[in-house]
Design a protein around this ligand. Structure first.
Ligand code: AHR
Length: 844
């Protein structure tokens, strides 16, 4: 627990004591039965997921300072051709439904010189990126400088990733390649220059002029500090010279690894003490088409030979932080490796194309080769390569995830084959199934672990602290929550919502055995989302949820203890009330026999003859034919509202049939219109489940405890029935109950506790997402003894919107204090907007 973030503060210690003594009239009770163990909390629980997104690797964790070092950025994404300003994938059927996605990406000219500029002291410089002088066949592009056609000195300048950051007195390792003939310049001068072109460091190199490629290495020591430096190579104006692979690294990298990682960023990750690291993605594993997927074999060996690939997050990756570096990082931070392989299908939200059976065999072999590279003996082909790359000992690879966010029967069939091949050759490896709570789980079996992802609003997370309590105890699969994040504006409020959810993960750690947040890293100068760690070229900080995750990870108990939170006041039960409607999402569907009843009495029924007077369409294309109502627009959402009937408790019945598209049909209730509604979402999540949903001020929210796994078939009429009673809703298809849900108020007080067997401490975690203090009494029962003093770690903010920033990176960080006055029953006041951990020495 000794850690730079856990500051001891006498002031806060005093305050917590004084708050503890406040007489609390209305105090919630937290009852911890120290003798009753719950789920064990495995050491595997808290890990990290790395994906090349928002410059998390290039321009982030990977320490390379030169952008587009090999002049390869102009390469189109693999598997695409250029058409009218777009990189266009081949029109191929999508694996999930055989539709054609026509996937393309905007593509502008000039990318080959991304990051570079060429200037001439007099007149225009003459240069271009060519591929006829390959330094390596995999990286054929180079910059051709026709120096003899220039009137003065020619400077080739790289701007780095939003500038280069230098520290006075620090050394930087330079490398570049030149090809020059006898008629060319004799010398090149390389300098790090500031915004006024003043050098912070420079070095001259004599050029070998034999028309062969030669590598030049140097060390530049900076005379100043700043983050807007650029790297400039200055030539005279003789002959033609080719330039390629210009690289600059800080001499000091994490663990001094060559081709290494930024020390400050890697240390932030290491400080999380991740139990595992997942690599390389995410959607980039799937690719925007099959050819564009990450191919691990292209990410190892001399970085000069790594072709890189345009990644579907909008820029080209060098894969300098490749498979070997990932495995090395796992070893360096004592984490297990989790490699993700492509399962024979591209991302279904992009091109979604897929492999035939023979190509799936090749992909299975590719995955087996990856395992061999990581753990095979050095007399195996890939084990030998690992040794040649500097690491004869095996790496700590433990898991292989088969695909990412895949769905459907094709995936199920492919998964089975990968699973069998991996298990047969490497029984020590745990395969992970990329299906979430899916109807295809049975078809895909055998399955050890599934991987549901959650990108939901903060309030969804506050509602779902008990998500896995509701999952049946005999649920057949272990769970890896590979990706979760509260969407919307990042703040302490959203971070505490994730903490609320994590209390449920930890309490159910027999079911959820691994969890990782996503996305992990964001370069703030690129475009970001709600990432855990934010960086620029010279600095890095953890958002509030970074610190919360670290608190969970550092204070993982060995086993849960039975814990009850008894609120002093109960919240009023929500009563559903509002207008009704029907609709679709990305689907063509038909509807008939719509009827609403209450207490057995018909309130409203229609054969659609009143369509124009009683209903209002707000989106979609609605038409009537022989008593059947059709919505024919396949893309987007559609809504049809029943005018003026504000209804509470009732039963809605109708028949519905899907004709075409990605999802199913929706029945709306308790609505104010398309801006605010509840719905039964039948065929939700690309037709993988029947669940309830909500649209509120924060956007669309899925309302589910765990996902049901029913999809709807096309050209089949379903009898749909929705029963609404107060805050409890049921959805039936063909008289079978598919899903029921109780709409809870948002709960912002959560507690979970466990026992640390090494230190003999009860560890209590308390989440207060309210902007007011949380008055509680902590009641410990059935222990031998409890000490009067323990440890309190508190992360709190003045305002729910508080968040760390470059200007104030430690605005909200955990503070460690002495917890005094512990008794079997004691008062505790959790600060507003806080996450608090109590470590209470206690004999059992
Ligand atoms: O975390 C960003 C993306 O979100 C991941 O690549 C993907 O798995 C998910 O959809």
């Amino acid at each position: 627990m000794n850690n730079k973030w856990y500051k001891r503060s006498g002031w806060l210690a005093g305050l917590s004591l004084c708050l503890s003594m406040v007489a609390c009239n209305k105090s919630d009770q937290i009852i911890v039965d120290v003798s009753q163990e719950g789920a064990e909390v495995p050491s595997s629980l808290y890990g990290v997921f790395f994906e090349e997104i928002t410059h998390s690797g290039d321009g982030g964790l990977y320490a390379e300072m030169v952008l587009n070092r090999g002049f390869e950025d102009g390469n189109l994404p693999s598997g695409t051709v250029y058409e009218d300003g777009y990189a266009v994938s081949k029109d191929l059927p999508c694996y999930s439904n055989d539709s054609i996605n026509h996937f393309k990406v905007k593509w502008q000219d000039g990318k080959a010189m991304n990051g570079w500029e060429v200037v001439c002291a007099a007149g225009q410089p003459v240069y271009k990126v060519v591929d006829n002088q390959p330094l390596h066949p995999a990286t054929p592009h180079a910059l051709q400088l026709e120096l003899g056609k220039s009137a003065g000195d020619v400077q080739v300048i790289n701007n780095g990733y939003w500038g280069m950051a230098l520290t006075k007195g620090s050394s930087y390792k330079l490398a570049f390649y030149l090809k020059a003939d006898a008629a060319s310049d004799e010398e090149v001068s390389v300098a790090l220059i500031d915004e006024n072109n003043q050098p912070a460091a420079s070095q001259n190199f004599k050029i070998t002029r034999d028309n062969q490629w030669h590598r030049y290495d140097g060390t530049l020591v900076s005379a100043s500090t700043g983050n807007k430096y650029r790297l400039a190579l200055t030539f005279k104006n003789k002959g033609t010279i080719y330039l390629d692979y210009v690289s600059l690294f800080p001499e000091e990298t994490f663990m001094d690894r060559p081709n290494g990682m930024r020390k400050d960023v890697a240390e932030m990750l290491a400080d999380l003490h991740p139990a595992f690291i997942r690599w390389p993605g995410g959607c980039i594993v799937e690719g925007l088409n099959m050819a564009n997927r990450v191919k691990w074999k292209e990410t190892i060996g001399d970085p000069v030979t790594r072709p890189g690939e345009y990644n579907l997050w909008g820029y080209r990756s060098t894969y300098g932080f490749g498979y070997h570096e990932f495995l090395q990082f796992c070893e360096d931070v004592h984490a297990d490796g989790m490699f993700v392989c492509n399962a024979g299908m591209a991302c279904l939200f992009r091109n979604g194309d897929f492999c035939d059976d023979k190509q799936v065999d090749d992909l299975i072999q590719e995955a087996l080769d990856a395992i061999e590279y990581a753990i095979g003996d050095t007399d195996t082909y890939w084990g030998k390569k690992r040794a040649e790359n500097g690491h004869p000992a095996p790496f700590p690879l433990k898991y292989v995830e088969i695909g990412n966010e895949n769905i459907g029967s094709r995936y199920a069939a492919n998964y089975k084959r990968f699973y069998a091949a991996i298990k047969e050759k490497y029984p020590q490896i745990t395969p992970i199934c990329a299906l979430m709570f899916s109807p295809y789980l049975q078809e895909a079996g055998p399955i050890d672990i599934i991987d549901p992802h959650y990108y939901e609003t903060a309030d969804w997370f506050y509602r779902n602290g008990d998500l896995y309590d509701k999952l049946p105890a005999d649920y057949p699969y272990k769970i890896y929550v590979g990706e979760y994040a509260a969407t919307g504006r990042s703040s302490l409020y959203s971070s505490l919502a994730e903490a609320a959810y994590l209390t449920g993960v930890e309490r159910n750690a027999d079911k959820v055995q691994l969890v990782s947040y996503a996305p992990l890293l964001e370069n703030a100068d690129g475009h970001g989302r709600n990432h855990l760690i934010v960086l620029k070229n010279d600095s890095v900080y953890g958002r509030t949820n970074y610190h919360i995750l670290k608190m969970f990870s550092d204070n993982r108990p060995d086993v849960n203890l039975k814990t009850q939170v008894l609120p002093a006041e109960t919240q009023p039960i929500f009563q559903t009330q509002g207008i009704l409607g029907i609709g679709t999402c990305n689907t063509v569907a038909e509807f008939k026999d719509f009827k609403v009843t209450r207490d057995g009495e018909t309130v409203y029924a229609t054969d659609w003859s009143d369509l124009s007077s009683a209903w209002t369409a707000s989106q979609g294309e609605w038409s009537l034919d022989s008593g059947i109502l059709k919505q024919s627009k396949v893309e987007g959402d559609s809504y049809l509202w029943l005018n003026g009937k504000e209804l509470g408790d009732c039963t809605i019945e109708l028949k519905a049939q899907k004709l075409e598209g990605r999802e199913g049909f929706r029945i709306f209730f308790g609505s104010k219109g398309e801006e605010q509604y509840f719905m039964a979402d039948i065929g939700s999540h690309t037709n993988e489940s029947v669940i309830f949903g909500e649209r509120n001020a924060a956007g669309n929210v899925s309302l589910f405890d765990y996902r049901n796994a029913t999809s709807v078939n096309t050209y089949r009429w379903y009898d749909v029935r929705i029963e609404i009673k107060g805050n409890h809703w049921k959805c039936y298809l063909d008289n079978q109950l598919e899903y029921e849900y109780t709409y809870q108020p948002v709960i912002r007080h959560y507690a979970v506790s466990g026992y640390d067997k090494q230190t003999n401490e009860v560890v209590i975690k308390l989440v207060n997402g309210e902007n007011t203090p949380w008055n509680t009494s902590i009641n410990l029962s059935n222990m031998k003894s409890v000490q009067a003093e323990g440890t309190q770690i508190t992360l709190s903010g003045v305002d729910p919107d508080d968040e760390n920033s470059f200007a104030n990176p430690e605005k909200v960080v955990p503070v460690e204090t002495v917890l005094k006055g512990i008794k079997p029953s004691f008062e505790m006041v959790c600060r507003p907007n806080s996450f608090t951990i109590l470590r209470i020495p206690c004999e059992r």
